[in-house]
Ligand binder design. Sequence first.
Ligand code: C2O
Ligand code: CU
Ligand code: CU
Length: 493
Amino acid sequence: MVKFNRRQFIALGTAGMGLALVNNWLGQETISSHPLAQSFANSAPVYHSSNGLLELKLEAQESLVKLGNKQAYRLTYNGQIPAPRLEAKPGDKVRIHFTNNLAQPTNIHYHGLQIPITGNADNVFLKIKPGKTLTYEFQIPANHPSGTFWYHPHLHGLVAEQLFGGLAGLFVVRGEIDEIPEIKAAQEEFLVLQDFAINNGGRRLSSAHMSLMMGREGKVITVNGNINPSISFPSKGLLRLRILNASPSRFYRLTLEDHTFYQIATDGNSLNKPIEIRELLLTPGQRADVLVKGDKKSGQYRLLNLPYDRGSMGMMGGRGMMGGRGMMGRNQRDVPMTLATVNYKSAVESLALPTKLTSISPLPQADTIRRFELNHGMNMNPYVGMAFLINGKPYNSDHIHTQVRLNTVEDRDIVNIGVMDHPFHIHGNAFQVISRNGQPESLLAWRDTVLVKRGETVRIRIPFRDFAGKTVYHCHILDHEDLGMMGNLMIKA
Ligand code: C2O
Ligand code: CU
Ligand code: CU
């Protein structure tokens, strides 16, 4: 039985689910038409703010859901995979009445949002026990960038397991970029990329059966909870794909047959102008907005996930090697996989691309440079065998690893001396990449997660601008985070 909280969500399973009834907490049901309804039968409902307030109930629970053509027990918010999409505007208030009906404690992190990191806001040190309720409440600053953000659990030690269970949803801030005429004219599609491991009973695989050292991956790859969904090209040919990698460890290297992408945003932030790319690499945690021109002949084009080698433990691993490259021989990582199919029903007329998106200014010189060395090492825990370290130490919740002052700019040299790639993420403070292995970075962009490949040194520049308090930085391969590759950051007013 699919478990729905009575007041939350009622899905109408008619052809393509043209309409979803979305409850708006006060108990009134509003009908929201869903632009993806035709192409993505499994799309989650959307909650929009109105009159400056986004208010909803969110319940984490185990539910029986449909993933592709399988029934599976997953961890869900409001019974949905992916979780409901939340949409608000800069300046809006957000109030989320959250109930934890999982068997474990949890909490919610608002990835990429620049909001308070203390109290009942983006506070990853909150711990909500099973059966307990907490109301998250915060205001999105009036000058907040518009873009693609997301929410997921962040209780240290359980992050990978809960995200892999399915707990992830989009948090979209609507604003300037959506008003650019060429972008407004494009058809918008959200793609939430998640992978899952499903056993024969439709249950989740326990952590004991996965490679935690490489970071857990599942064989079932879904886009908005569907396997190879089709995306119909609009009659005026410009498509805006807003893509989130919500997998705990899997990297996606995306390409669309015969087409190029015009990237307009990195993580939640617009670029100065579109940049043309053939492939898009998205590490866990990262987002990208791309435009696709429909100027090829009518037909079907596959959105492919190309192989990517993110390193391996080689001979060093213990139990964690199970499921890794070594023991399984050739695995999915070695062959392109179709994630979705884009259809042209008929030849389409191509729309113009925008020429200017925003203006990013380079940051001033940093006040301080610090070095973070990423590596792995031995762990006292024989079951895991391995710990993940920053500057030689695993995470210690009682320790302040880095202290900075508000209204300063700092550089970090993130040095990967290990044998696997690590996507490095900082909460609540977007940054610019300055250089990679000493080579200046040519693309001026804001990010919240950056890939540091094995052997690389990446210098990033971070302004600590808005909010004081304690938060974290970590590797966004969430098993690495849970196994210690995280630090506490204290921002002093
Ligand atoms: Cu997606 Cu600590 O974050
Ligand atoms: Cu985050
Ligand atoms: Cu890592």
